[in-house]
Design a protein around this ligand. Sequence first.
Ligand code: AVJ
Length: 319
Amino acid sequence: MSPFQLTRILPEDATGAALRADVRSGLTRSPKTLPPKWFYDAHGSALFEKITELSEYYPTRAEREILHSRAERIAAASGARTLVELGSGSSEKTRLLLDALPGLDSYVPVDVSASALEDAGRALAAERPGLEVHALIADFTRALTLPTTPGPRLVAFLGGTVGNLLPTERAAFLRSVRRLLEPGDMLLLGTDLVKDERELVTAYDDPSGVTAEFNKNVLAVINRELRADFDPQDFDHVARWDPDREWVEMRLRARRALTVHIQELDLAVEFAAGEELRTEVSAKFREERVRVELAAAGFLPAHWWTDRRGRFALSLSGV
Ligand code: AVJ
């Protein structure tokens, strides 16, 4: 039996149907919005990898610092035999955890991107012959069922991606993760923290323009998948801090009045000059809010660790 198994939970066309529904509803409302998950085709994922290497984009390095210093504690506290990673992407940070979890039998990376799962999953299965890799192609914001693997399980949701969910979506998501867990299982959650506005905005508006390119990539995705005629040059990248909701927003601002045609949807979308399309919210947290939200979902927060500069936190919770 191969130690690498790839299971598709998402039906082949679920992604296409979800994209069509999101684009139709997001571009026909006011203000216009798109969910950030559509950034991540192969090019968008590569651009995100480039973002993580920018000096301005601190979350990845800050989280890696915490994982590096706390991996042994996490391993000891969880005693995990199965590691489930939601939104695993390239699984690079996972190696720190995997290396620290000596008793691990199974690794379950969950991602919407089959290609990311293939590459990362096969590499890991080759490196760790004793480890069963059960990759799941799934949208973790929807109902998930996990393969039967030995407990206790540690579910990791890293990178601060939980901040991409709006508050009501986040509450529903945390409850759905809670339902996956049994007594003895734990959740390891990465959350970016509230900090100086300049530092936050610069992390989402780097001078080299990589984040701008990443933001505009969603237009290329819609052009390709839904036969639309967006010209990325018609839009400016905007990153803004919302002090009331404590999140960073990325937007695309139309440089002039224009009409976009989306053939697959049989839809024409008008933008006024200066009109902004919101493409992402990235919520920043305070310890108290993380505790309250975790508790509301039925978790028992046990540990809270930050990097030395207090920019990012990892929390470990039981159920
Ligand atoms: C991958 C969702 C954690 O919100 O910081 C990076 C995505 N957006 N730069 C984030 C992102 C703009 C990132 N997450």
